[in-house]
Write a new protein. Structure first.
Length: 261
């Protein structure tokens, strides 16, 4: 195994960061300072030190996290609570999020120290689908649905989005939604506007432009007030996880995401 890969998978830092540490002479292999990140080591036999402390090989890790609204998808921030602030592991160095969710968006977020895993899921050429549940002010007719499904301009040089899938769950008034799902948790409207139309459903996309789901729905006249990612590829959010909770992915789940099953 390459030395930089070993250190990244041992949560010393990202692959990029550990290359810097190695080149700065902060890493020893069997007592000898090594400055070449690509050197091959045996993780089962060789004695690796970083800043004169023995490095225990952690290996690749994969977490499913139920992101709540109100925290940002980042590893650290001086102002806002981050997704990593919910983790209770002793060492989260080198762990990063796979893609992003907006601060006010809830749902499925994956975290790992495996760069190849992230690339497989986030590379545009892989076309891995991400499915979102939304609640939006407005309504969706057949024309709007067709535009979403065939590709729509969201203001980026006129480039259309890739074809999407949409499933309408419910059309109704704000008052109806308030009675059935307490929409006030997401958006509180004056009582004299309770006849405002609201639509809920699922939108599945295979790319990851900034605020894409919100912008796609806005392009057909819908203002998103609640958004939750419910799946990535074959992996569904484990609804037994409360918001802010996480668990390790099962080996079968990992292999399905990688297309090996």
């Amino acid at each position: 195994m390459r030395l930089d890969k070993f250190l990244a998978e041992s949560s010393i830092g990202t692959r990029k960061n550990v290359r810097t540490y190695i080149k700065e002479g902060a890493v020893k292999v069997n007592g000898q300072v090594i400055t070449e990140p690509a050197i091959e080591i045996n993780e089962n036999i060789d004695f690796i030190e970083y800043l004169d402390k023995v490095v225990d090989y952690r290996g690749k890790v994969y977490y499913m996290f139920h992101k709540p609204a109100g925290c940002i998808t980042a590893t650290k921030d001086e102002v806002n609570k981050t997704v990593l602030d919910f983790f209770h592991e002793d060492n989260m160095n080198g762990i990063f999020h796979v893609g992003r969710l907006d601060k006010d968006t809830e749902g499925l977020l994956l975290l790992t120290n495996d760069g190849e895993f992230e690339h497989h899921l986030m590379c545009p050429g892989k076309h891995v689908e991400k499915k979102y549940f939304f609640v939006a002010l407005g309504s969706l007719n057949e024309e709007g649905i067709k535009r979403l499904e065939s590709g729509i301009s969201i203001g980026e040089d006129g480039v259309l989005t890739k074809p999407a899938k949409i499933e309408i769950a419910k059309h109704g008034s704000y008052k109806e939604f308030e009675e059935e799902m307490d929409i006030r948790k997401f958006y509180n409207m004056e009582s004299n506007c309770y006849n405002q139309l609201v639509v809920s459903g699922y939108l599945t996309i295979s790319e990851g432009r900034k605020h894409q789901v919100k912008r796609m729905l806005k392009a057909v006249g819908c203002y998103v007030v609640y958004l939750k990612r419910v799946s990535i590829g074959s992996l569904m959010l484990d609804e037994s996880l409360e918001k802010g909770q996480y668990r390790m992915l099962k080996e079968e789940e990992i292999q399905k995401l990688l297309g090996n099953l």
